[in-house]
Design a protein around this ligand. Structure first.
Ligand SMILES: Cc1ncc(C[n+]2csc(CCOP(=O)(O)OP(=O)(O)O)c2C)c(N)n1
Ligand SMILES: [Mg+2]
Length: 317
């Protein structure tokens, strides 16, 4: 990977981190309704996967979806306005944090239903196959979602029809406040793909280039008609399950520190420094991103609310 690409990848991870920190500020200032599930700590998964996708490829996201949407090309100002319920939001303020969608860049939606992306992403892959395009779909889902029955149904379809799909499990060790190991059978979630003949692997989800490399392989397979893959990314959310959860009552200080030490952005900054990129360059990226995010918050705050007459428009179900 050349250094310009590396800098773009770092910028993308920092854009997610600073966006999420701002969501925390916006939430605690009473400027948004509902909850948000922060992605801080998991940035390498979204960025590593999306860096291997094209603009016209599809993703489905989750309730913890801001990171996926930013990495796939969602615009920060439209996303921030959406979270804050303004009419300039990408879904005209009606979707909020958990229902951000942007068809123009292949974001088929974040989803408040755990496992809700499985059917949509698999359908998108079937559509690409029927239309004979070489598009692929990536389906992000959590370790908790891997216990939903539809996961097994879609793997069956994807396998028998050789669908161009990559199932990306974000194993952040917890589903809400329950440790994954306590509720999830088997050694790895990746193993669940094996009976369907779907190639799968476990990857360090805090190593962005490792996630990119394994996704690139999977995308190549899918584009050349060889069918689905599954990737299990081992990672951790630094914050609570959502903005109202401190996240410290069911996770030890030692465990949280251990993962803090593996922070994907700190690690990647060190990789870039080793590759000869000046610290000043890296600091500049961060400053530019901070300005971009501050502008997004300011423009959202100044934007109007949707008219009440709009309440039943753009609603499909
Ligand atoms: C069908 C459904 N069941 C339960 C919930 C409540 N719920 C929201 S998030 C969550 C945990 C999901 O865990 P995981 O898939 O590991 O994602 P993570 O929050 O760890 O990113 C649950 C049970 C829901 N939103 N939808
Ligand atoms: Mg989880």
């Amino acid at each position: 990977m050349d250094n310009d690409t590396r800098k773009q990848i770092l910028r993308s991870m920092i854009r997610i981190r600073r966006f999420e920190e701002s969501i925390w500020d916006v939430y605690t200032s009473g400027l948004m309704h509902g909850l948000a599930h922060l992605y801080i700590g998991e940035e390498a998964v979204a960025v590593g996967v999306c860096a291997a996708l094209r603009d016209d490829d599809f993703i489905t996201s989750t309730h913890r979806g801001h990171g996926h949407c930013v990495a796939k090309g969602g615009k920060l100002d439209e996303m921030m306005a959406e979270v804050m319920g303004r009419v300039t939001g990408i879904c005209r303020g009606k979707g909020g944090s958990m229902h951000i969608a942007d068809m123009s860049v292949g974001i088929l939606g974040a989803n408040g239903i755990v496992g809700g992306g499985f059917g949509i992403a698999t359908g998108a892959a079937l559509s690409a196959k029927l239309r004979k395009t070489d598009q692929v779909a990536a389906c992000f889902f959590g370790d908790g979602a891997s216990n939903q029955g539809i996961f097994f149904e879609v793997m069956n379809y994807a396998a028998i029809w050789d669908l161009p799909i990559i199932y990306v499990c974000e194993n952040n060790q917890y589903g809400e406040y329950t440790a994954t190991d306590a509720v999830t059978a088997g050694d790895t979630i990746a193993d669940r793909a094996k009976p369907f003949g779907i190639p799968s692997s476990v990857v360090d989800g805090n190593d962005v280039e490792a996630v990119y490399a394994v996704t690139e392989e999977a995308v190549k397979r899918s584009r050349s008609g060889e069918g689905p893959s599954m990737i299990e990314c081992m990672t951790y959310r630094h914050r609570g399950h959502h903005v109202g959860d401190p996240g410290d009552s069911y996770r030890s200080d030692e465990e949280r520190q251990e993962w803090q030490d593996k922070d994907p952005i700190t690690r990647y900054r060190a990789v870039l420094a080793d590759a000869g990129i000046e610290e000043d360059d890296l600091d500049r990226i961060d400053l530019e991103v901070k300005e971009e995010v501050a502008d997004a918050v300011e423009s959202a705050q100044g934007a109007p609310w949707p008219d009440v007459e709009e309440a039943d428009q753009h609603v499909y179900a």
